[in-house]
Design a protein around this ligand. Sequence first.
Ligand SMILES: *Cc1c(COP(=O)(O)O)cnc(C)c1O
Length: 334
Amino acid sequence: MTTPPNPLLSRGFDRLQPYTPGEQPRVANLLKLNTNENPYGPSPAVIDAIRQATDDSLRLYPDPASNRLREAIARRHGLEPSMVFVGNGSDEILAHAFRAFFVQDRPLLHPDISYSFYPVYCTFFGIEAIRVPLDERFRIRLADYERENGGIVFANPNAPTGIAVSLAELEALLRANRESVVLVDEAYVDFGGESAVGLVRRYPNLLVVQTLSKSRSLAGLRVGFAIGDPGLVAALETVKGSFNSYPLDRLAQAAAVAAIEDEAWFRDTCQRVVDAREALAAGLLDLGFEVLPSATNFLFARHPSVPGAELFDGLRREGILVRRFDAPRIDQFL
Ligand SMILES: *Cc1c(COP(=O)(O)O)cnc(C)c1O
């Protein structure tokens, strides 16, 4: 027996399939590795900036265009502010980009194993997608994306595999694919990937999305940014203005500027994360794990004989929280 539709809900509501975020448990002393947060705190300059912005001016709406922040990001990357878009976390930017660029007659292409928000937004916006399989070593093979499409999106480095594709491979795809937007989600690029930001002037259909959540230790602040041709940025502004004109509050704008400007803190904490990653990978290899080569702040690993679910439960009992995906090909990985 099927339950009758709830008349209170919008048409098509039952088709929505929300993203399941990694668990945020309220347990003390948990070693929390399941959502790829940064173990180090944000720059002290970020805390200062939030304190200074915490005053009577909070009665006023924030700058809807986040101009100071866009200027700071543009300066750091040697670009103009018209090539920078900011949003309430890069998840929001991805949503606006899917709405602005990927609602097409031809299908969107994305890897079968990648950030699980991509299929969520496809359902939300009614976008038909083709999931392009990773190769047998869990790598994105960009040559497989040289086919008819209404857009291409992938994470580089990819999540949850941690594996990066090279800029040369990306540029080969961009040369072959000029009629649709190629969105590269660089959430983890600061831990060892090659950023595509340097290519945006040459390829007006390339949009690069980054976040302050991982490498700037600010997952709680909710700030992400996109870099691309001013035409793409203007399209994102149109979608944003149709949804929420003030996505970044005053504290977030002030803090994000401070985070972008503290280059020394950023470099030092990223390097410490990379060193810890390599030490952990070596230890896991010694224990017999298969560890995929990571250019991120996490590792994707499986054991040849101990099932992933058993490892997950055992680690949890020890106060170590990791992530596991009940999906084909990767269900034994943590
Ligand atoms: C964490 C993550 C994001 C989202 O980051 P926010 O800026 O916190 O919304 C986007 N893409 C990938 C691949 C991520 O892992």
